[in-house]
Design a protein around this ligand. Structure first.
Ligand SMILES: [Cu+2]
Length: 478
């Protein structure tokens, strides 16, 4: 029986259903579920459930969710570990390893209490195994090659079976030649929705993995032995301007979830809002224990989800706050020439090093708007244009686009934000400006006068600027 979910994909979907024969041979046709493959690197429409409890499906940035079939009371998925070609952004591709046509692999979505059966077919040239990061499961289903199961040899299919005991935010990745296989891009998101459709429900739920590659400009295959000097800082194996925007309707409850499979931490910062961590890979955070943040550090191997209400329309940047992680391959070995007059110097160096291109004497911003000659298959260090000019970013950077009046399932890029009249920073040319309001912000809860810095050596001043009467000294003879 095949009741594969095939609904709801945006436009010309890149979803391809390979016959099971392509994977496992004619004799196994009925036994193994089809293994869908994705041919595109654009964000696919969330996969709305048609059986079982209702839930808000996630939107995987520049990715998709894996269709499944029901077999009795088992929810069956089929992952195929295989070499893939992944576009990082227009102009650069990588020869990676992934699952079902892309890196990362498809997001697996199921419901708390579901019994899942996950077929894993190995089409890599070496053994693999899949670890279900964060899940409670029988030890033999934990996917640690050699420790809890034999490695899956090339050409073989293994089956994992377990019941999803907790809702929350998880991922999957190999635990077999792990350094190589993760450096090649093998990983995926795994979301377990709560059995109670109302529990911690949001209107839009975005997921992505933080991953990093070291790919020499002009080449296609990552250097897998690299430990520190990565030059591609990615969300779901994409870099800005190749990362799709997170499109949100005004006043939506929004959740953004990410997991870190790089080799360093990433403080993820979103502009315009404060938010609360709602979930980690360890479980849900009690709302009473959550505090407001504008940046969340995600350590290696961790997952974080944060929630906010999108009540401020606009184009809000979201990015890793390590500034080297918002730049692409070409920027990492540029020397600092700020303040150096290098007119003659550049000419002389270019003689012995053809193509020499020094950093600008006034900083590197000018590179954001330049059309530099690049080697094949790489990206400018900083790039991307928006309505006011070059954005001068790369790597782990995208935009949360909050708009009024979007339909519930509309994730299409709405273009640039139309700012209300008089709300954009502007050049001061000596013109007379409107009087700024004098009151403190209505939400600050602080009286304007409390902002004054008090010098203990001087008498406190009242609102009229005159010294306040000295405070009475407390009795010392109680
Ligand atoms: Cu970072």
């Amino acid at each position: 029986m095949t009741t594969l979910s095939r609904r709801g994909f945006i436009g010309s979907s890149g979803l391809v259903l390979a016959g099971a024969t392509a994977v496992s041979g004619r004799t196994a046709f009925a036994a193994v579920p089809e293994a869908p493959t994705m041919t595109e690197a654009t964000t696919q429409a969330p996969l709305v459930p048609t059986t079982g409890p209702d839930y808000q499906p996630v939107a995987t940035l520049n990715g998709w969710s894996l269709p499944w079939r029901m077999n009795g009371d088992w929810k069956e998925f089929h992952l195929v570990a295989e070499p893939v070609v992944r576009e990082f952004a227009p102009g650069m591709k990588g020869y990676l390893w992934g699952y079902n046509g892309q890196s990362p692999g498809p997001t697996i979505e199921a419901v708390e209490g579901d019994k899942v059966r996950i077929y894993v077919t190995n089409k890599l040239p070496e053994s693999t195994a899949v670890h279900w990061h964060g899940q409670r499961l029988p030890n033999g289903m934990d996917g640690v090659g050699g420790l809890t199961q034999p490695h899956i040899p090339p050409g073989k299919t293994f089956v994992y079976e377990f019941q999803l005991r907790r809702s929350g935010t998880y991922m999957y990745h190999p635990h077999s030649d792990e350094m190589v296989q993760m450096a090649m891009g093998m990983m995926g998101f795994f979301v377990v929705h709560p059995k109670d459709p109302a529990f911690r429900r949001v209107d839009r739920d975005f997921v992505f993995l933080l991953n990093a590659f070291d790919i020499e400009p002009g080449s296609y295959v990552p250097r897998v032995a690299e430990m520190t000097e990565f030059n591609m800082w990615c969300w779901n194996s994409r870099v800005f301007p190749g990362i799709d925007p997170l499109v949100v309707a005004k006043n939506d409850k929004v959740r953004i979830r990410f997991g870190n499979l790089t080799m360093t931490n990433h403080p993820i910062h979103m502009h315009g809002y404060e938010f609360k961590v709602s979930c980690t890979d360890g479980g849900w955070v009690d709302p009473a224990a959550a505090w407001d943040e504008v940046s969340i550090d995600c350590a290696v191997g961790q997952m974080r989800a944060f929630d906010f209400v999108a009540d401020e329309p606009g184009d809000w940047a979201i990015h890793c706050h390590k500034s080297h992680h918002t730049m692409n391959a070409m920027g990492h070995s540029v020397k600092n020439y700020i303040g150096v007059n290098k007119k003659d110097l550049a000419k002389r160096i270019a003689k012995i090093a053809p193509g020499y291109m020094p950093m600008g004497s006034n900083g590197m911003g000018e590179m954001g708007s330049m059309e530099m000659p690049l080697p094949d298959n790489t990206l400018p260090m900083m790039t991307g244009f928006a309505q006011f000019g070059p954005v001068e970013m790369g790597g782990m950077f995208s935009v949360v686009k909050v708009r009024e009046g979007l339909a519930k399932n509309d994730y299409k890029d709405p273009g640039w934000f139309k700012h209300p009249e008089g709300t954009v920073a502007f050049e001061y040319k000596g013109q007379k400006l409107a009087e700024a309001p004098r009151e403190a912000s209505p939400n600050s809860g602080v009286e304007a006068s409390e902002w004054r810095v008090k010098d203990p050596r001087k008498p406190s001043l009242g609102p009229d600027g005159k010294p306040l009467p000295a405070a009475k000294k407390p009795h010392s003879n109680h």
